[in-house]
Design a protein around this ligand. Structure first.
Ligand code: PEP
Ligand code: MN
Length: 338
């Protein structure tokens, strides 16, 4: 069972709910989000009824949730959650395209990228300062300096920034640099300690799908973040590993409507890491939007041939502009805006 309380709930009111759960022999997980506080019952729920909690002050609703994932489930919250990222809304009617280079390289590259992202009509920017690379001998990212460069470049166009967190020890630095969205990469989707930590901060999180993760595992990973009190989670399908070797990963388009059914949280798609080639990005992007994705995470580089990382899949600035043009038509056809 979960007990949902409003945003201005007092500690005393929360305490009364917890007391009632404990009196019934259960424990409570208190998840204090910005919009709502959700108390999850831990233990045998059979003696619990909704009426045990609904009359208590501050309680909006109480319900038995049959799914393993609770706070993130559509069952617990019927309406789509819209996440506010520095005034940009993700998960609502407007589709958001987050674009930028795979990795932060130089100040000049980031300044140019920010300008091209803005000129293409995108409202959010991506870029990795800490890079999870398969080989320890390849470029590992610019680290803290990269965050500074990113902030400076994106600031010129008031673009909120999205960047990957790989290590809990860097969370403080991310907060100090006021990173707008924390990205958890495919390789860390089940790094539960990392998930718990980002669950404690009040920053939107993009949770990429593990390359071999099932939908259920992905939803449970999000529940780890939500259980800590951070309800601002965005799912990102970035392709999964299959027997096919022609392309980097297989974009699981089916995951989009399935997730939209199972969770109230926004779902975006990364067509760049899915296909692994720039020429595949337009087709995969169109499929994603047509299937109901709330946005895209796309790699673009001012000069892809010179990119330090993922050069093959980066769009040119012109290709990003063209992509935005074609997506507008699809958005309109499904009653959304771009
Ligand atoms: C990225 O977006 O930069 C990235 C490394 O993606 P993924 O975790 O999906 O491989
Ligand atoms: Mn990349």
């Amino acid at each position: 069972m979960i007990i949902v309380m409003g945003r201005d709930v007092t500690d005393e009111q929360v305490g009364a709910v917890v007391n009632r759960l404990e009196a019934a022999g259960l424990k409570a997980n208190i998840s204090r989000g910005v919009e709502r506080t959700v108390i999850g019952a831990i233990g045998d729920e059979s003696p619990l009824t909704e009426e045990m909690f609904t009359p208590l002050p501050g309680v909006e609703s109480a319900m038995h949730i049959t799914k393993q994932y609770k706070i993130v489930s559509r069952e617990s919250h019927k309406e789509d959650t819209v996440i506010d990222i520095g005034g940009i809304k993700l998960g609502g009617n407007q589709i958001q395209v987050i674009a930028g280079p795979c990795s932060v390289e130089t100040q000049e590259q980031m300044d140019l990228s920010a300008r091209f992202v803005h000129e293409a009509g995108c409202r959010l920017m991506r870029g990795g300062a800490f890079k999870p690379r398969t080989s320890p001998y390849t470029f590992q990212g610019k680290g803290k300096d990269g965050l500074d460069m990113f902030r400076k470049a994106a600031g010129q166009f008031k673009l909120p920034i999205v960047t990957e967190l790989m290590d809990i020890r860097m969370l403080e630095t991310f907060m100090e640099n006021d990173v707008d969205v924390i990205q958890i990469g495919t390789r860390n989707m089940q790094n539960f300690d990392l998930l718990k930590e980002v669950g404690r901060v009040n920053k939107p999180v993009i949770l990429k799908r593990g390359m071999s993760a099932t939908i259920n595992e992905w939803l449970m990973a999000a529940e780890y973040i939500a259980a800590g009190g951070n309800h601002n989670i965005i799912f990102c399908e970035r392709g999964i590993r299959t027997f096919e070797t022609y392309y980097r990963n297989v974009l699981d388009v089916t995951a989009i409507p399935v997730l939209k059914k199972e969770t109230h949280l926004p779902v975006i798609v990364d067509p760049s890491h899915a296909g692994g080639k720039a020429w595949m990005v337009p087709a995969l992007s169109q499929a994603a939007i047509a299937a109901g994705a709330d946005g895209l995470l796309v790699e673009m580089h001012p000069n892809p041939c010179e990119a330090w990382c993922d050069a093959d899949q980066a769009l040119t600035p012109q290709e990003l502009k063209d992509l935005m043009g074609t997506l507008g038509g699809i958005a309109k056809a499904i009653g959304r805006t771009l």
